[in-house]
Design a protein around this ligand. Structure first.
Ligand SMILES: NC(=O)c1ccc[n+]([C@@H]2O[C@H](COP(=O)([O-])OP(=O)(O)OC[C@H]3O[C@@H](n4cnc5c(N)ncnc54)[C@H](O)[C@@H]3O)[C@@H](O)[C@H]2O)c1
Ligand SMILES: O=C(O)C[C@H](O)C(=O)O
Ligand SMILES: [Mg+2]
Length: 399
């Protein structure tokens, strides 16, 4: 009970506050930061919009946007109840990457309204981090905003998760001496995170990957009324396996849970292949208690901060936005995502790699440093960086 009191105490009045870069101590200071002095800055930006990056918070600010419909694994708890998570994300952006992030929780679930609101607030920000917006709306919201904004738009539950899972899987397979091309992977929960994680693993060389949702294995022989499942079915489950999780997990090398608490039973774990890898990532309660599954798996990981091998997008979003902001990237593309995954994985030296140490923890400064460097390199190489050699170039000059 005590830990809960400490948790509630840490949230009294929220976790964030605004701050000043320079104190305002006199009428002279006031005349510079406010009228009349400020007018000159406004006119400079009005004459050249890119100067907003030089003279406002835009170059270092990110909006953490949610509608509260898929908060952690708690589901549709609404915008006000989502605030502690979004404030938490903003706090982690600042703590780990010195990014000024702002929680924006919207009292609407309407796709067009969300797109319109985010477009309208975009002038203030250097990037948009979408968070805990349920599928399938999250797919259209992200795709449309990426098309219509010239700043990075990144749905963290999809891509932040995909990046950290790939980093973890690369290292877990090294511990088990298995090759991604030859393993059977079962992904449980084919929503925002499950789809993005599966696509990233396929992109990294996985072949035998099966997605399972509440109704069982996703199979191309079945007609789905969800277009994202129809598309998913075409690129997964090459042996057309059918049935429940308990059936398709037979002989699986890897289980990745992006579903809900308790979805994986100990009997399921025992049916997996030798030296199984289990990433039970549902938050706050994983698909299986790691202490129950632990003795039966080679590598056990969860999304939580209080067990070893935390596989959580906190290892990704601070660094990837740090890199994107520092090179003025117009987007976060596939090359930058892959680079971020390899950077995270590289933090663990081969000699230190161990079944209880496959991922660095969020406080390891090398995580953000290496992601930032790798992401900037990938952005420059793929032509989406606007700051080259310290000079901001206009978007048009990138074409
Ligand atoms: N550790 C991390 O960094 C991390 C990152 C993202 C998401 N997650 C967790 O993954 C889960 C899903 O997140 P999301 O954003 O993809 O949500 P989502 O709502 O988009 O997708 C959840 C999917 O899981 C399915 N599902 C629910 N219960 C299931 C069950 N018992 N068996 C099989 N499928 C089931 C739903 O039908 C849905 O398709 C949440 O628990 C979330 O906390 C963890
Ligand atoms: O919020 C987290 O801890 C990770 C992830 O974004 C989630 O929705 O579970
Ligand atoms: Mg989330």
């Amino acid at each position: 009970m005590k830990i809960m009191d400490e948790v509630m105490k840490m949230h009294v009045g929220g976790k964030l506050e605004t701050g000043l870069k320079n104190p305002i101590r006199s009428m002279e200071d006031l005349s510079k930061v406010y009228t009349p002095g400020v007018a000159k800055v406004c006119q400079a930006i009005a004459a050249d919009q890119d100067k907003a990056y030089e003279y406002t918070i835009k170059k270092n600010s990110v909006a953490v946007v949610s509608d509260g419909t898929a908060v952690l694994g708690l589901g549709d708890i609404g915008p006000k109840a989502a605030m502690p998570v979004m404030e938490g994300k903003a706090a982690l952006f600042k703590q780990f990457a010195d990014v000024d992030a702002f929680p924006i929780c919207l009292d609407t679930k309407d796709t067009e309204e969300i797109i319109a609101i985010v477009k309208a607030i975009a002038p203030t920000f250097g990037g948009i981090n979408l968070e805990d917006i349920s599928s399938p709306r999250c797919f259209e919201i992200e795709a449309r905003l990426k098309q219509e904004l010239d700043i990075p738009v990144f749905h963290d539950d999809q891509h932040g998760t995909a990046i950290v899972v790939l980093a973890g899987i690369l290292n877990a397979l090294r511990v088990c001496n298995k090759d991604i091309k030859n393993v059977k992977i079962v992904v449980n929960g084919i929503g925002a995170a499950g789809i993005a994680v599966s696509k990233m693993l396929l992109h990294a060389g996985a072949v035998n990957l099966i997605g399972v949702d509440r109704q069982g294995a996703i199979n191309r022989a079945v007609h789905y009324d969800k277009p994202h499942w129809s598309e998913f079915a075409l690129i997964t489950n090459p042996h057309l396996e059918i049935g429940s999780l308990s059936e398709v997990i037979q002989g699986a090398d890897v289980f990745i849970g992006l579903s809900a608490p308790g979805a994986l039973k100990l009997g399921d774990v025992k049916r997996m292949a030798a030296d199984p890898i289990v990433f039970a990532m549902a938050n706050p309660t994983p698909e299986i208690d790691p202490e129950i599954a632990g003795p039966y798996v080679k590598v056990m990981a969860t999304g939580r901060s209080d067990f070893p091998n935390q596989i959580n997008n906190v290892l990704c979003f601070p660094g990837i936005f740090r890199g994107a902001l520092d090179c003025g990237a117009t987007e976060i593309n596939e090359d930058m995502k892959l680079a971020a995954a390899e950077a995270i994985s590289s933090v663990i030296n081969a000699s230190d790699l161990h079944e209880t140490y496959i991922m660095p923890n969020a406080f390891d400064p090398r995580v953000v440093e290496r992601i930032r460097e790798a992401v900037i390199r990938a952005a420059l190489k793929s032509g989406v960086a606007r700051i080259v050699m310290g000079e901001r170039v206009t978007t048009s000059s990138l074409i």
